[in-house]
Write a protein that binds this ligand. Structure first.
Ligand SMILES: Cc1cc2nc3c(=O)[nH]c(=O)nc-3n(C[C@H](O)[C@H](O)[C@H](O)COP(=O)(O)OP(=O)(O)OC[C@H]3O[C@@H](n4cnc5c(N)ncnc54)[C@H](O)[C@@H]3O)c2cc1C
Length: 375
């Protein structure tokens, strides 16, 4: 059986039983069946993940997963952000300790970068950490914000200042923190426009970090390496999901008659053409490293595209896109029409992982060589 057939058969068989499995149980099932970390390398013949899949196989898995309509992954931060970072910057011991539980779908991670005073300007981080000589770890104090999935996560990678006299991007460390530390870590959910709470505030008050990845004081280099992953490689899997979303909008436009409107038709064609551009960009840059502009271009392309798709979706949905099925004050989280859900959630796409303005700054300064903006 070729790889694509194997993937399709597994997903179809599994989702036929339970189309919407419990997200946490689903992670374990994926892990058990060997579908997490499929491309991770190993050392000396062993593997931290499950399969040592080739790059084309990883693309096939991502495409088929999106095509199958399987649920959004809860373990993506551990699998797609933490794991490649550990593989690049971690010690053998760190890889052996942290990668297998991620591959088994047992350990969920969250990302503790942003703070109330440090978002786009991440170097403004004020969370501090001091070495704990008894454990060999660190004691961390400060506040993180917008931490996606922090309420469910078992671990968090936290960017903190380990050199008290340092400023900006110097003296930071990339620390690993276990979340279950009552009295030392408090997670407060943030209510979103949708009525749900995917992200949170995280308060650290003498929390224990087990270790620094990439060595103490090298947090900026590690954090930036991870952000390039966040903007770049994982976008390829999105293409198929985006195509499925666009197909639904087109079907809705045809069904409602909105597709008769030449302006709507032109917008659909534009979405289609731009999606094709994104796919080509993703394929062209797949597996390349060291191109400072490629991840930023990808993020700029898909963030705005997805927002415009959300806008188109609510317009095409007509009345159903404009009003909710229940009075919105009585039901939380709100029951949203899929078009409304797409519209509201995609507002965040041009912000997280580095806003559009920041991506343009990166392209201007690091690719085009334009003068740095005054600070
Ligand atoms: C859905 C969602 C999930 C998130 N999940 C996480 C997470 O899991 N972990 C985490 O650490 N963070 C997370 N974030 C936070 C995200 O990384 C920040 O919101 C983002 O970096 C922007 O920072 P900020 O919100 O502080 O905005 P600010 O930095 O205050 O920016 C405000 C506005 O000013 C603009 N701006 C800022 N600086 C410049 C400049 N130099 N030139 C031009 N314009 C500028 C920005 O583009 C933006 O429009 C998430 C955010 C969202 C929306």
């Amino acid at each position: 059986m070729d790889f694509r057939t194997e993937v399709r058969a597994w997903l179809a068989g599994r989702l036929a039983d339970t189309p919407a499995p419990d997200p946490r149980a689903w992670e374990r099932e994926l892990g058990k069946a060997g579908w997490i970390g499929i491309g991770w390398p190993g050392a000396d013949g062993e593997t931290y993940g499950n399969r040592r899949a080739t790059l084309p196989e990883q693309v096939v898995w991502a495409e088929e997963y999106a095509r199958s309509g399987a649920p959004a992954r809860m373990g993506h931060i551990g699998e797609n952000l933490l794991a490649p970072t550990l593989i690049t910057y971690g010690t053998e011991e760190q890889k052996h300790r942290h990668l297998p539980p991620v591959a088994r779908g047992e350990t969920l991670w969250c990302q503790g970068y942003s703070e109330p005073g440090a978002g786009s300007d991440l170097a403004g981080i004020r969370t501090t950490a001091t070495p704990d000589t008894t454990t060999g770890g660190y004691t961390v104090t400060g506040q993180k914000i917008w931490t996606s999935l922090a309420l469910d996560a078992d671990w968090c990678f936290v960017l903190a200042r380990t050199d008290p006299g340092s400023t900006r991007h110097h003296g930071l460390s990339f620390l690993l923190v276990e979340m279950d530390q009552p009295g030392r870590i408090e997670v407060r959910p943030i209510r979103q426009l949708t009525g749900t709470s995917e992200f949170n505030e995280v308060f650290l008050d003498g929390a224990r970090a087990t270790e620094a990845v990439g060595g103490e004081g090298n947090g900026w280099q590690v954090a930036m390496g991870l952000l390039a992953l966040e903007r770049g490689v994982s976008t390829l899997a999105q293409q198929v999901g985006f195509a499925a979303e666009l197909e639904k909008v087109v079907a809705a436009a045809v069904a409602s008659g909105a597709a008769e409107d030449p302006v709507i038709r032109a917008r659909i064609v534009r979405q289609w053409a731009e999606l094709d551009t994104m796919r080509r960009h993703a394929l062209r840059t797949l597996g390349t490293t060291g191109d400072p502009g490629a991840p930023s271009v990808a993020k700029l392309l898909w963030g705005g595209w997805h927002q415009r798709l959300g806008e188109l979706a609510v317009e095409v949905a007509g009345e159903a896109g404009a009003v909710g099925p229940e009075p919105w004050t009585t039901r939380r989280p709100y029951e949203l029409h899929p078009a409304q859900h797409l519209f509201l959630f995609s507002r965040a796409d041009t912000i997280y992982g580095g806003s559009d303005e920041i991506q343009r700054n990166i392209i201007a300064e690091r690719v085009l060589g334009l003068p740095r903006e005054p600070r």
